[in-house]
Write a protein that binds this ligand. Structure first.
Ligand code: FES
Ligand SMILES: [Fe+2]
Length: 353
């Protein structure tokens, strides 16, 4: 896998992916003047902003000696290869050749539809003619000034569906995250279902202790609360977690909410771009609150979830999940639905082609 700023080892296409769909490609404000070299679905991609500041995504491998174009720089609105200086525009056409007496070669790199929305860049790795921006899942709260978000981005070793499983089965919190333990996840009321191309896990628990770290953040340490949590999976791997808690008897819509995004974009079959954010509509501008929340969540995701999933992925040794006949436990209702739905969608798309 690539560490941030480096290209992972690629050895032919090994994975199968849903292609006609939007993947989160990164936080929009992290793409500034410096282009980025990334790999999505095992394809090299260069991200950059053109002369108008519009974010563009083109094939990331230079057709000359195959340098990573995303390691280049933008000159007069075009992306210049870091190796011998050919320049490409946002449509993937070579527009400048610095070598004497030569016109720009007539080559064109793939150009991927890229949309800036909800503070994220969304990339479409499939048939560009089908790239309908209306299909981007609704994460409007991410750029709603009524909500203040903390966030992170990391490159995580492991197959992206293992990361999806993790969010759709919150029972793991009681074993992996000492600060997030809550009865709601294991002995609370749980419901798992699917609706169209979405899968859901819901946890409710009345009059019990919520996770100690969240109780501290919310100022309700030692007090029993009502709890409601619902995870929505949008294919292929963009998840929304609606967390709410309040004094016993508080109706769900009036509870204090923490809204989270967990977006997983496959880099390779062995590595995943992980973007996360959590927002609240209270304590706005309170930097101590933000930092407490950010550091607790970053620690949970990056230092508690990641090593477990990384090692599980290594122990799977490239074998197929279903071929390994995994045990199914009562908390798996969301994850299994998401896996089956995605498998069906990938098959249907391959049949279309
Ligand atoms: S490798 Fe890009 S110009 Fe030579
Ligand atoms: Fe976790």
């Amino acid at each position: 896998m690539g560490t941030n700023g480096s290209i992972p080892k690629l050895s032919g296409q090994r994975g199968t992916y849903l292609r006609n769909t939007w993947y989160a490609a990164g936080w929009a404000d992290e793409l500034g003047e410096t282009p980025q070299a990334k790999v999505f679905l095992e394809e090299p991609v260069a991200l950059f902003r053109d002369g108008d500041g519009v974010a563009k995504a083109i094939g990331g491998r230079c057709p000359h000696r195959f340098a990573a174009l995303g390691d280049g720089r933008v000159i007069e609105g075009a992306l210049a290869c870091p190796y011998h200086g050919l320049r490409f525009d946002g449509a993937g056409a070579c527009v400048f050749n610095p070598h004497q007496g030569e016109a720009p070669p007539k080559v064109s790199l793939p150009a991927y539809p890229l949309i800036e929305r909800y503070r994220l860049l969304w990339i479409w790795m499939g048939d560009a003619a089908k790239a309908d921006p209306a299909l981007i899942p609704d994460f409007a709260w991410l750029d709603d000034p009524a909500w203040e978000a903390v966030r992170g981005a990391t490159l995580a070793e492991g197959h992206y569906e293992l990361y999806t499983d993790n969010i759709l089965d919150l029972s793991h919190a009681n074993f992996v995250h000492p600060a997030l333990v809550a009865n709601a996840f294991t002995i609370g009321e749980r419901k798992f279902w699917q609706d169209g191309e979405r899968a859901y896990s819901r946890y409710t628990r009345e009059n019990d202790y919520i996770s100690p770290a969240l109780a501290a953040v919310l100022g309700v340490e030692g007090r029993k609360q009502d709890y409601f949590g619902e995870v929505t999976w949008h294919a292929p791997a963009n998840l929304f977690f609606d967390y709410r808690s309040g004094e016993p008897g508080t109706p769900v819509p009036e509870m204090k909410a923490l809204l989270s995004l967990h977006a997983f974009t496959p880099e390779t079959p062995d590595s995943t771009h992980y973007l996360w954010a959590t927002a609240r509509d209270y304590a706005l501008g309170d930097t101590d609150f933000s930092e407490g929340l950010r550091s607790a969540l970053a620690f949970a995701f990056e230092h508690e979830d990641l090593p477990i999933i990384r090692d599980a992925h290594r122990l799977m040794a490239g074998r197929d999940f279903w071929d390994m006949e995994p045990l199914v436990l009562s908390g798996d209702g969301g994850g299994i639905r998401a896996r089956r739905l995605l498998q069906k969608m990938i098959k249907a798309e391959a049949g279309d082609a």
